[in-house]
Design a protein around this ligand. Structure first.
Ligand SMILES: Nc1ncnc2c1ncn2[C@@H]1O[C@H](COP(=O)(O)OP(=O)(O)OP(=O)(O)O)[C@@H](O)[C@H]1O
Ligand SMILES: [Mg+2]
Length: 305
């Protein structure tokens, strides 16, 4: 049985391709089309598996595009628990323009879900016997803003560790349960949470205040190519980003979170997990398009101290 359960309430099929140039009106011929499973929770689970761990994902899928997502996921080694929904799964479209190397990303909002869909997910979290429950990504239409808060409470009641990568009201409400083990806001998401712009000192203080108030035990604030810091009752650990050649920043956050939860589940302490997250975030930007981090890059970039 996997020790990690990832939650994917609004997963996607990521369709990616290349075009010489993207122009209005003209027919744009594309090549090298790929279909990958995507969306926060799905990506986190795939990263865990890439790093050699095992993870289960509970995900919502519906319609013909849901069947395509199921098919994409069945090609991975992630253990699957599908919750069928009425409306079709979203399809994101990503076009790499060869002339400029720009990436155009079209990301639909996704299906409307109903309360019973969420109840199925809650019930699955209740049944899960592992230690780590990790929720990542935006809420679908129809999911109330307390959705992640409810999951945090279920996990907390059962002494499971709830890890969250979310934003806006869903993030705020989850933190107010005081049942979050680790939260990973980007600095922009942290600013949204406190309602003001923050320089790095301000961000440190805001993260430490979250810890002191008991709203999360660990707060990992990611700052893209500036790296990240980890706040806990022991203070702040600051790490710069690893220097790598940037191909596509897509998936850095998910790779960071996947690596952190993988490392924790492997029995490492939070600082080591944080260091693996830094390596995985950098490894993700080395890969093109929607590809996540690769094990060999993560190993090469990891520094244990
Ligand atoms: N250009 C980069 N070079 C090296 N490392 C990077 C780069 N971008 C991100 N990372 C690493 O990945 C971590 C997570 O990235 P980031 O802060 O961009 O997450 P995010 O804003 O949640 O991203 P996402 O858009 O995937 O949600 C960073 O803290 C950093 O360590
Ligand atoms: Mg993010």
């Amino acid at each position: 049985m996997p020790d990690i359960l990832a939650i994917a309430l609004n997963p996607a099929v990521d369709v990616s391709c290349e075009a010489e140039s993207v122009r209005p009106t003209l027919k744009i011929r594309t090549r090298n089309q790929r279909h990958d499973p995507g969306g926060g929770g799905v990506n986190v689970a795939r990263v865990v598996v890439e790093l050699g761990g095992s993870a289960e994902v509970v995900y919502l899928s519906g319609g013909a595009t849901g069947a395509l997502l199921d098919d994409c996921l069945e090609r991975t080694s992630v253990r699957l628990h599908r919750v069928r929904i009425e409306q079709p799964t979203r399809v994101a479209y990503i076009v790499h323009e060869n002339q400029t190397s720009f990436e155009y990303r079209f990301v639909p909002e996704g299906p409307q879900i109903v309360p019973a869909d969420l109840c199925n997910v809650f019930a699955h979290i209740e049944r899960f016997e592992g230690t780590y429950v990790v929720a990542s990504g935006s809420l679908p239409k129809g999911a109330p803003s307390e959705s992640y808060a409810k999951m945090a409470e279920i996990a907390g009641r059962q002494n499971k560790r709830f890890i969250l990568d979310a934003s806006g009201p869903a993030l705020r409400e989850a933190l107010s349960t005081k049942a979050v083990f680790l939260v990973k806001p980007s600095i922009g998401e942290l600013q949204g949470l406190v309602g003001r712009t923050l320089d790095e000192d301000g961000a440190r203080n805001a993260a430490l205040e979250i810890v002191e108030a008991g709203r999360a035990r660990y707060v990992a604030v990611s700052m893209g190519m500036e790296g990240a810091f980890l706040a806990s009752e022991n203070g702040v650990i600051r790490l710069p980003a690893r220097h790598v050649r940037l191909r596509s920043a897509v998936g850095a956050g998910d790779s960071f979170v996947g690596a952190v939860v993988f490392s924790l589940a492997a029995g490492n302490d939070v600082e080591q997990a944080f260091r693996l997250g830094i390596a995985a975030g950098a490894a993700a930007v080395m890969t093109t398009g929607t590809q996540l981090c690769r094990l060999q890059d993560v190993e090469a970039l990891f520094t244990p101290n």
